[in-house]
Design a protein. Structure first.
Length: 295
């Protein structure tokens, strides 16, 4: 049966929508999918585990997800009001960005986060060392309001628990029969190609090595772990205890699309035994129902 992929309601640099088909070949079966770096949630949206533990160190992202889960109808109505022609101007964008950076109200920040994500440059989520969101205006003709995607997310989110913790804490509290998928900030391909400041803490090379160690420990304790990253000499060394699978994928950081080229994507699969792991197709069928969210 032909399956239909679900898009995330956020634009996200490094999002996994285009890799869903490849990822599903390696994700083992289990009761719970744990994502220490959930990002836009494309893997969550296109898999069929019984429950999910979805984590990110960015509190704005997790607060947004919790609000969409808890009160989707009100949130969609309020967010839609920001997607009008008068709001798609640089001066308005900068005003809303300043308002976001000054606000302490979690609901207001959630509405503005979606606005900034869809009107800012190329879906980037970037903060400076003081925690100030500083993505420039994107200059799009008519930013898309993702109402259908928000509704789908709200329905599926009833199966999920959202957390805002460190990746170390998530590994320290894995549930029984968990499968872990890690999509960390990638190892940069050059000195100027790193977009890891999605939270003020950043993610450095020590974190990359520590994540590999935690994956080995989780695997030894019985939880399979799949990690995606750039295919580099460093990542191959970090993940030498895993089964490695590489493919070429296009990178979409340039706004105008010129000069985009394919780069190596590496999947590192840690499995608890040497036997061939049981993998199952987990892309949602277009005909498969989803539980309704409560407004």
């Amino acid at each position: 049966m032909r399956t239909a992929k679900q898009r995330a309601f956020l634009k996200w640099a490094g999002g996994k929508y285009s890799l869903v088909e490849s990822l599903q070949r390696f994700l083992p079966s289990g009761d719970t999918l744990v994502e220490p770096f959930v990002g836009a949630g494309s893997v969550f949206l296109n898999t069929n585990y019984q429950r999910y533990v979805l984590n990110d160190i960015n509190p704005d992202l997790i607060q947004l997800y919790q609000i969409v889960k808890q009160q989707p109808t009100q949130f969609i109505a309020d967010a839609r009001s920001c997607f009008v022609e008068s709001s798609n101007q640089k001066d308005c964008y900068l005003s809303f960005r300043q308002r976001f950076n000054q606000s302490q109200d979690r609901y207001e920040r959630a509405v503005l986060f979606l606005y900034l994500n869809r009107h800012g440059y190329n879906g980037l989520c970037r903060y400076n060392l003081k925690g100030i969101f500083n993505v420039p205006f994107g200059s799009y003709k008519k930013p898309y309001f993702p109402e259908a995607e928000l509704n789908f997310f709200a329905e599926k989110a009833q199966q999920a628990e959202f957390r805002c913790s460190s990746y170390q804490d998530i590994f320290a509290s894995l549930p029984k029969d968990a499968v872990v998928y890690c999509d960390p900030p990638y190892v940069p391909l050059s000195k100027t190609a790193s977009f890891t400041s999605y939270a003020r803490q950043g993610f450095n090379l020590d974190d990359q090595a520590n994540l590999a160690n935690l994956a080995e420990q989780a695997c030894a304790a019985g939880s399979p772990v799949l990690i995606s990253n750039h295919d580099t000499t460093l990542t191959r060394k970090l993940y030498q205890q895993a089964r490695l699978h590489s493919l070429q994928v296009a990178r979409f950081i340039s706004q105008n699309g010129k000069g985009r080229q394919k780069v190596g994507e590496l999947f590192a699969l840690y499995t608890p035994t040497a036997d061939v792991v049981s993998v199952v197709p987990r892309i949602r069928s277009a005909s498969q129902p989803v539980r309704k969210a409560q407004p």
